[in-house]
Design a protein around this ligand. Structure first.
Ligand SMILES: Cc1ncc(COP(=O)(O)O)c(C=O)c1O
Length: 405
């Protein structure tokens, strides 16, 4: 993705992509029905385009039945839907070896990561092995690994959980320190693609370089799938867990993609029950919509909006931006800031600021953002963007923020 490095560049991008963006924004009924409101909380969940709503309606009113069970036409259609969306996800994630990978449907990223931790990781590990996991990312990408450690310990298998090193205050991984941490007993690394508080692309390609070719990497892609191109071929990771609802599909939909190369196959244990066929249909429609819209352009648009916001905030002394203080992108692959900007007012608490902002029509996230460990424990305000957001919304937001200094 081409980097946005200067305000002038962002302005050119808005001019270039404006007509494209306006056509897409018009496809979100909840957005067009509420022009006085600005939804700035897409990292929590995304709004749904008409195509997704239509696909849900269609699935429920034409051939709705359970999947993988009956043999009458509606049941067959549901079974085919589920199999087809598995392939759709492989293509969407740029899977270089679709015949060797598996896709398991989940209710979201949390369940996907738990599946890997519960049904795959214990088979990989023996006494004395080490895993590296992120202590300052989303709780969903820490708790399952610690649970796996506790469960293994009860079976007499002691594993060491190492903390993924971070660069000071920037929120990015310190991949040089990671390379020093990795040793012959390192068997697994969990990482996040885009940080849900700092908005940084966590340089997962550098994580692969740091850990070498043999260590499986599990990627939390909750904030990247649906926001920018995600290529498992390029990232060389072994698992990708994501949430459908953050990628413009229905709540309760999601998947974990698993490469069956480094380590055992992921075979979800126990009885998993009926698949969420309507959620899966919505995911299929959302991926089609995102691909037609162009995830690369969506990424560039939201990064440009974030650049506009953080450039404006930097001029206001009353605000502190969390995470990397440098420009949105220093080069195309490193330190790329994505469409999330989190900040604090030096004198007004985050939840008060949230109320004030809503009184002006802005919907933002305010709290600790489910961040695990020793991260930003106190509250902050997070603005997270998607393709339906506009530079005018950012300018109105900055005007309100400036009036509070
Ligand atoms: C980085 C990250 N990981 C995991 C999750 C959990 O996603 P879900 O609640 O959809 O399971 C989130 C949700 O905000 C997230 O931002």
């Amino acid at each position: 993705m081409a980097p946005i490095t200067a305000p002038g560049q962002a302005a050119a991008l808005f001019a270039e992509l404006g007509p494209w963006q306006r056509a897409l924004r018009a496809q979100f009924p909840i957005v067009t029905a509420n022009p006085e409101l600005a939804y700035l909380d897409s990292a929590a969940t995304g709004q749904k385009p008409r195509a997704v709503l239509d696909a849900v309606q269609d699935q429920l009113t034409t051939a709705h039945a359970n999947a993988g069970r009956g043999s009458y036409p509606w049941a067959n259609a549901s079974t085919a839907l589920v199999a087809g969306v598995r392939d759709r996800i492989r293509t969407f994630l740029d899977d270089p070896e679709p015949e060797r990978s598996a896709v398991h449907f989940t209710s979201g990223t949390t369940e996907g990561l738990r599946l890997v931790a519960r049904d795959w990781l214990p088979e990989l590990l023996t006494d004395g092995d080490e895993i590296v996991v992120p202590f300052a990312d989303h709780e969903a990408n820490l708790a399952p690994w610690l649970e796996a450690q506790r469960l293994l310990e009860r079976q007499g298998v002691r594993i060491r959980v190492r903390e993924m090193p971070y660069q000071d205050s920037s929120g990015d991984y310190d991949t040089a320190a990671l390379a020093r941490l990795v040793g012959p007993r390192t068997r697994f690394v969990a990482a996040t693609h885009v940080h849900h508080v700092y908005g940084g692309n966590m340089n997962v390609h550098l994580v692969r370089q740091a850990v070498g070719p043999d260590v499986p990497i599990c990627l939390d892609a909750a904030q990247s799938v649906g926001h920018l191109p995600v290529s498992v071929a390029e990232l060389d990771v072994d698992f990708v867990a994501f949430s459908g609802h953050k990628a413009l599909a229905l709540p309760g939909s999601g998947a974990v993609w698993a490469r069956q190369a480094r380590g055992p196959e992921l075979r979800p244990g126990g009885w998993r029950g009926s698949p969420n066929t309507t959620g899966i249909a919505s995911l299929s429609a959302a991926l089609d919509w995102l691909e037609a819209a162009g995830t690369e352009r969506i990424g560039r648009w939201t990064v440009a909006l974030a650049a506009r916001l953080s450039d404006g905030l930097r001029r206001l002394d009353a605000y502190e931006i969390l995470g990397c203080q440098r420009s949105l992108a220093l080069d195309a692959r490193v330190q790329q800031r994505c469409g999330i900007v989190t900040f604090r007012h030096r004198g007004i608490g985050a939840s008060d600021l949230g109320f004030i902002l809503f009184s002006h029509g802005f919907m933002v996230r305010t709290d600790g953002h489910c961040q695990a460990g020793a991260g930003e424990r106190s509250s902050s305000v997070r603005v997270s963007l998607h393709v339906y957001n506009t530079p005018e919304e950012i300018d109105r937001l900055l005007a309100v923020l400036a009036s509070l200094t």
